[in-house]
Design a protein. Structure first.
Length: 78
């Protein structure tokens, strides 16, 4: 069941990454597949649970952090 959930998450995040690629918003040299892997990793519920529940971050702090990380990792500056 967990494997199926991860597969569905990757499918959704792949769509997002492909959209960014079509709009030429990804960093140069970053493929849509690599972008999907980055989104899948950073925006996982495991990361959320580790930071919010285990490390006691406020959900708003996590949201700001994950947004900053995704922008830095994925988006072109131009």
């Amino acid at each position: 069941m967990l494997a199926e959930h991860d597969r569905l998450r990757l499918t959704t995040q792949s769509r997002l990454a492909r959209g960014l690629g079509r709009r030429k918003q990804l960093k140069p040299g970053l493929s849509a597949g690599e972008a999907a892997d980055i989104i899948w990793t950073l925006a996982s519920e495991r990361t959320y649970l580790a930071l919010v529940h285990k490390r006691e971050w406020e959900p708003e702090k996590y949201e700001r952090w994950v947004t900053e990380q995704l922008v830095a990792a994925l988006l072109s500056r131009s």
